[in-house]
Write a protein of this length. Structure first.
Ligand code: ADP
Ligand code: MG
Length: 643
């Protein structure tokens, strides 16, 4: 950015070059088509395969500028299509160069998951380019396959900063022919403490490359990077308005794990809804919740990645046709799902990150209809609200469980309605005679008889409910009064068997958050979030519960991991020993999963694990693109999302 004032931020608006600004503004209601950009035909063909109808605003604004060869800072919130905004012009430019095996495009992404997502997107947009390879490289997985992939040659490398540095240092990643470099989700990358790595990598790339920086927000640290490494970038900001349609009302409900099912059914009773989608974390939980809802009389079905594609499609059809009302899904299985009828999204289990949240609630409020999104969370998870509100740029209101009184009144009036309805639509004469006889024979008033029949009609189910506690007292106090309630989940919890306590050299003083610890460790150590237990943030260090048997490789990678720029110096803490009794943090809660602080990523349902099988590159000529076929609903089918 330097001296040239190109910022579209409001305070600079007056001084910026009109071209950039008008590009961004003009496309707010854009009618531009992908075919208007002069993209390479193979890229256009791929776009038509994936079913994108027209560019999203950020794409419409950045694609022409990037095609010109200019550096770009692109700011737009999550879910606005930033990946394609940098991938499409990059591929189109590469397609016009003479074929090569060299790495021409390098994308840095904050987490392994995001690196995989970007790699997948690149591959799909490059599906018509011959002998073209996209290789994801990320921490925590063995070097072998990545090295082999790099040796074979990958025109596009998408990686997490730590692992990219490793490959540069090992000499396995040659960036001398690099044409195009992308810093994706730059704010997240810095939040995760990768500033230094990003600096290092940028300083090792050729001077004359094109650089694109994409981010949801623009903290000063990003300005600094942009200023240092981008040449006169066009700064393109697309204002919030997209993703979470403003016609979706967002609410959260504080509820403890064991009460979720009751809370859910109570909401279903009290809310007006058409179609519902409930998100849970694991495949097993989809079946479990769907069964429980069915046994409570709801028409529900589960979809998850284990259910064959055809059956999943049938289930989605059933929802669309109103044959079922509730779909219980994992994030992966519901990706891209577009059913107009869905009027309510219940985040039954908390999402893995804000991005999943945005994707989840995007399932409702479709086609201009209004939608509702409800997030279940424990008091300890409350801090993630801020992250969600930031990501969606919308407030999430607290809701309270409909009271027993509300539900009971509803049930009673429904019951009365049913009587009226039956009287008007059914022939009740046989029963009328029977009752009249009974009345005289037994000398019992008709009201008594009717009451007995009502009990029979209920089939043993009680008509009325009792109030549920929103959060047990102990839990509430701990969450509210506990020192650093969100960060310190360690000390009150006994270690899980097989785990050990490790010490890292960053703490409150360095302002670490549990999320960044989990992010960094999961990423660089190749652990899943499920393997990361309690985190206790102290003043100048933190204690983290991890598997006792970390491999040498993992220990090495983790000892070199940084958070907020500081080396974490992971080491075993001599304090606590594993105990057999698994501590239950929250008291009344059974599972552990429901109580995890919001962390950057992944347990349960990894989207891309299967197909990438660790670390394979996928190049068209080796026929590996077919690996994508087995993915979540919508991954293969063209999506017709309109912006
Ligand atoms: P961001 O990086 O801004 O969070 P992504 O690049 O991950 O967003 O895109 C979000 C979703 O939108 C993806 O599922 C992607 O396939 C889809 N998408 C991107 N561009 C378009 C488009 N032009 N038309 C329809 N869907 C699109
Ligand atoms: Mg993105």
């Amino acid at each position: 950015m330097s001296e040239t004032p190109t910022a579209t931020m409001s305070e600079n608006a007056a001084t910026e070059p009109a071209t950039d600004n008008s590009a961004a503004e003009a496309t707010e209601e854009n009618t531009v088509l992908f075919t208007d950009f002069g993209l390479d035909g193979r890229v256009l063909a791929a776009l038509s395969d994936v079913g994108y109808e027209k560019p999203s605003p950020i794409q419409a604004a950045t694609i022409p500028v990037l095609l010109e060869g200019r550096d770009v800072v692109g700011l737009a919130q999550t879910g606005t299509g930033k990946t394609a905004a940098f991938a499409i012009p990059a591929l189109s430019r590469m397609a016009e160069l003479p074929p090569t095996k060299n790495t021409q495009i390098l994308v840095l992404a904050p987490t392994r998951e995001l690196a995989l997502q970007v790699a997948e997107a690149f591959s799909s947009y490059a599906s018509h380019m011959e002998n073209f390879t996209v290789l994801p490289v990320y921490g925590g997985s063995p070097y072998g396959p990545q090295l082999a992939g790099l040796r074979r040659g990958a025109q596009v490398v998408v990686g997490t900063p730590g692992r990219v540095i490793d490959h540069i240092e090992k000499g396995s990643l040659d960036l001398s022919e690099l044409q195009y470099m992308v810093l994706d989700e730059a704010d997240e990358m810095l939040r995760m403490g990768f500033a230094e790595e990003v600096d290092q990598i940028l300083s090792k790339t050729p001077e004359d490359k094109q650089v694109a920086l994409f981010s949801a927000t623009m903290p000063t640290a990003i300005r600094r990077i942009a200023k240092k490494y981008l040449k006169d970038p066009a700064e393109i900001t697309v204002k919030a308005k997209t993703t979470t349609g403003t016609n979706t009302r967002q609410r959260y409900l504080q509820v403890m794990g064991p009460h979720k099912l009751d809370a859910m059914t109570r909401i279903l009773e009290a809310e007006d809804f058409d179609g519902v989608i409930a998100f849970v974390r694991t495949k097993m939980a989809t079946e479990d919740l769907a069964d429980k809802l069915k046994s409570r009389g709801y028409r529900a079905a589960a979809i998850n990645g284990d259910i064959p594609q055809q059956q999943r499609e049938r289930t989605v059809e059933a929802l669309r046709d109103g044959k079922i009302d509730i779909l219980v899904a994992t994030d992966v299985a519901a990706r891209g799902l577009d059913v107009e009828r869905i009027s309510l999204v219940v985040n039954y289990d908390i999402p893995h990150d804000t991005e999943s949240y945005v994707h989840r609630i995007g399932r409702t409020g479709r086609a201009g209809r209004s939608g509702d999104a409800i997030l279940f969370m424990t008091p300890r998870e409350k801090y993630l609200l801020r992250a969600i509100e930031k990501a969606t740029r919308q407030p999430v209101e607290q809701m309270h469980l409909p009271s027993a009184e509300t539900i009971n009144n509803l049930r009673m009036s429904k019951f009365a309605e049913k009587i009226t309805e039956t009287l008007s639509s059914e022939d009740v004469s046989i029963f009328r005679d029977l009752i009249t006889n009974y009345e005289t024979e037994h000398n019992v008033p008709a009201a008594e008889i009717a009451a007995a029949l009502a009990v029979m009609a209920q089939g043993g189910r009680p008509l009325l409910v009792q109030d549920l506690p929103e959060a047990p007292k102990g839990q509430r106090e701990r969450a509210a009064g506990g020192r650093d309630a969100m960060g310190s989940r360690g000390p009150t919890r006994a270690l899980t068997e097989g785990n050990a306590t490790y010490r890292i050299a960053v703490g409150r003083r360095q302002r670490v958050m549990p999320g960044s610890i989990v992010g960094a460790i999961a990423n660089e150590g190749g652990l899943s979030a499920a393997q990361i237990g309690g985190i206790d943030i102290r003043s100048d260090h933190s204690l983290v519960e991890l598997p006792a048997d970390l491999s040498q490789d993992q220990l090495r990678a983790l000892s070199r991991t940084r958070i907020g720029g500081e080396l974490i110096h992971l080491e075993l803490d001599s304090g606590r020993k594993p105990r057999r009794d698994q501590g239950d943090f929250g008291g009344s809660r059974g599972g552990y999963g429901s109580d995890r602080p919001f962390k950057k990523k992944f347990d349960g349902d990894r989207p891309y694990k299967k197909k990438f099988d660790g670390d394979r590159s996928f190049s068209k000529d080796r026929g590996e693109r077919s690996d994508f076929a087995g993915q979540g609903a919508g991954a293969r089918k063209p999506r017709h999302k309109s912006y």
